[in-house]
Design a protein around this ligand. Structure first.
Ligand code: GDP
Ligand code: IMO
Ligand code: MG
Length: 429
C-alpha cells in the first residue's frame, strides 16, 4: 500500500488543491481530515476553475471523496458548495461523497461568536475567516457539540441545543451580540437532516476496507503547519492540528496508513490574517508578488501579505509536520526578479535563531537574516520538466531543498493542472 498525505508547510494557500487534484489521478479515494470551510482550494482544469472549501479536491477527477471525523462541517455551506460544483458539471452524490457520522457540525451561532469575539479583540484580532471554525472545535473538545449522526435523533438535538444555548447565549449577550432562539435552530436542523444523513456513515470502515484491498488513499490537508494549533504561530493559528499525524486521527485510521507525506510550499511566502511574518515585504517587490501571484484569499477575498521564502520556518514545518517530500509551487511568480532572498535565520534581541520561537514577543521581534541568490530572466511559467527551467531557477530550488532538509518531489509552474514537474512519484514512496 502506498498512500500520500498533502499538507501545507507555510501559512496556507500554498497550492494544496492543485497538487491534490494532480495526484488524484493516481488515487482511489481522497480524504479531508481537519479544518472546515475556512479552507479555499482553487483548481484550474482547462477553461474551468473550481473553488472548493469543504469538498475533497479528488471529486473533480471523479474520485470518491471522504470528509473525515476531524473536519468541522457547516451543513449549509456543504449543501451550497455541492449545489455550486454540481452546476459546474461535477457529480456529487452519496455515491461519490461520504461524511463521517462522528464529525462535528458548525451552527450559525458559531460564526456569530467567531465574529463577535474578533470585533471585541479590536487591534489584537486574529483575522479569522469568521466561519465559526474555532468555536465549533471548542464545543467538540468541551463535549457539547452536535455531530452528524445526531441529526437522526430529534431528542438528542433538542437536549444538546439546550446546553449549547445556555453557554453561547450568555457569551453572545456579554459581547453585545444578538442571541439565538432554540426553535429556529432546531427546525432548521430537522430540515437539513434528510439532506445530510444520506451522505453519513462510519467512514473508518470504508477506509479500512480500502486499505485492505490495496486501494490508494490521498489525504488532503487544509491550512498549514504554521497555522497548527500546537506548532504554529499561536495564537495566530487555526483551531485544528494540521500536521500529517492528523490525517490518521482525523479520518479514523492508524498512523501507519498515512503513507508518504508531501509538504507544499510556495517559492515565496504569504499569509492572510494577523500574526508574525518575519520576511514580509512592504515594498514594491511585495506588491509585485501579490499582483503576479493573484494573492487574494479564496474564502474572504482579503489581500494576502507577501514576502520572501523563509527556509527557517519551512524547515521547522518539515520536521514537526513529518514532511518527507517538498512540493514547491508558484516558481513562475519569481520570473524576472534580478535578485531573490531566502531567510536562513532570525536575529532576536542580539541572538541568532535557527527556529521559530514559541513566545509571541520573540516571534514578533524576529528579524530575518537573508542569503541572496541571483534570479533568472527566462520564463518558467508552464514548465513541465527540469529541462524547461533556467539553470538559475534550478539552483534556487536546490538551495531550498538543502536548507529545509527535504527532497523536492514536485515543482508547480502555473495554476493549470498539468504545468507540474514530477521529480519523484510520491505514491512510489
Ligand atoms: P491551497 O489553499 O493550498 O489549495 O491554495 P489556494 O488555492 O488557496 O491558493 C493557491 C493559488 O495559486 C490558486 O489560485 C492556484 O490556482 C494558484 N497556483 C497554484 N499553483 C500555482 C503555480 O505554480 N503558479 C501560479 N502562478 N499559480 C499557482
Ligand atoms: P487553505 O486550506 C490561509 C487563517 C485565517 C486566520 C487564521 C484563523 O486554503 O490553505 P480560522 O477561520 O481558521 O479560525 O482563522 O487562519 N486561515 C487560513 N489562511 N489558508 C487557509 O486555508 C486558511 N484557513 C484559515 O486567515 O489568520
Ligand atoms: Mg487556500
Amino acid at each position: 500500500m502506498a498512500n500520500v498525505a498533502v499538507i501545507g508547510a507555510q501559512w496556507g494557500d500554498e497550492g494544496k488543491g492543485k497538487v491534490v487534484d494532480w495526484l488524484a489521478s493516481r488515487a482511489d479515494l481522497v480524504v479531508r481530515f481537519q479544518g472546515g470551510h475556512n479552507a479555499g482550494h482553487t483548481l484550474v482544469v482547462g477553461e474551468q476553475t473550481y473553488k472548493l472549501s469543504l469538498l475533497p479536491s479528488g471529486l473533480v477527477r471523479g474520485k470518491m471523496g471522504i470528509i473525515g471525523n476531524g473536519v468541522v462541517i457547516d451543513p449549509e455551506a456543504l449543501l451550497a458548495e455541492i449545489a455550486r460544483v454540481t452546476a459546474q458539471g461535477l457529480n456529487v452524490s452519496p455515491a461519490t461523497l461520504r461524511i463521517a457520522d462522528n464529525a462535528t457540525l458548525i451552527l450559525p451561532l458559531h460564526s456569530a461568536i467567531d465574529r463577535a469575539r474578533e470585533s471585541a479583540r479590536g487591534e489584537r484580532k486574529i483575522g479569522t475567516t469568521g466561519r465559526g471554525i474555532g468555536p465549533a472545535y471548542e464545543d467538540k473538545v468541551a463535549r457539547r457539540a452536535i455531530r452528524v449522526a445526531d441529526l437522526a435523533e430529534p431528542q438528542t438535538l433538542s437536549d444538546k441545543l439546550d446546553e449549547l444555548l445556555l453557554h453561547h447565549n450568555t457569551l453572545l449577550a456579554g459581547l453585545g451580540a444578538e442571541t439565538f432562539e432554540k426553535q429556529g435552530l432546531l427546525d432548521r436542523l430537522l430540515e437539513l437532516a434528510p439532506l445530510i444523513l444520506p451522505y453519513a456513515e462510519p467512514v473508518w470502515e470504508r477506509l479500512d476496507e480500502a486499505r485492505r484491498a490495496g486501494k490508494r488513499i490521498l489525504f488532503e490537508g487544509a491550512q498549514a503547519v504554521m497555522l497548527d494549533v500546537d506548532h504554529g504561530t499561536y495564537p495566530f493559528v487555526t483551531s485544528s492540528n494540521t500536521v500529517s499525524a492528523t490525517a490518521a486521527s482525523g479520518s479514523g485510521m492508524g498512523p501507519s496508513s498515512v503513507g508518504f507525506v508531501l509538504g507544499i510550499a510556495k517559492a515565496y511566502t504569504t499569509r492572510v490574517g494577523s500574526g508574525p511574518f518575519p520576511t514580509e515585504l512592504f515594498d514594491e517587490t511585495g506588491k509585485l508578488l501579490g499582483a503576479r501571484g493573484h494573492e487574494f484569499g479564496t474564502v474572504t477575498g482579503r489581500p494576502r501579505r507577501c514576502g520572501w521564502f523563509d527556509a527557517v520556518m519551512v524547515r521547522q514545518a518539515v520536521k514537526v509536520g513529518g514532511v518527507q517530500g517538498l512540493v514547491l509551487t508558484k516558481l513562475d511568480v519569481l520570473d524576472g526578479l534580478p535578485e531573490l532572498q531566502i531567510c536562513v535565520g532570525y536575529r532576536i534581541g542580539g541572538e541568532i535563531y535557527r527556529r521559530f520561537p514559541a513566545a509571541p514577543g520573540a516571534q514578533a521581534a524576529a528579524e530575518p537574516i537573508y542569503e541572496t541568490i541571483e534570479g533568472w530572466r527566462d520564463s518558467t511559467r508552464g514548465a513541465r520538466s527540469w529541462a524547461d527551467l533556467p539553470a538559475q531557477a534550478i539552483k534556487y530550488v536546490r538551495r531550498i531543498e538543502e536548507l529545509v532538509e527535504a527532497p523536492v518531489t514536485l515543482v508547480s509552474t502555473s495554476p493549470e493542472r498539468d504545468d507540474t514537474i514530477l521529480v519523484r512519484d510520491p505514491f512510489e514512496g
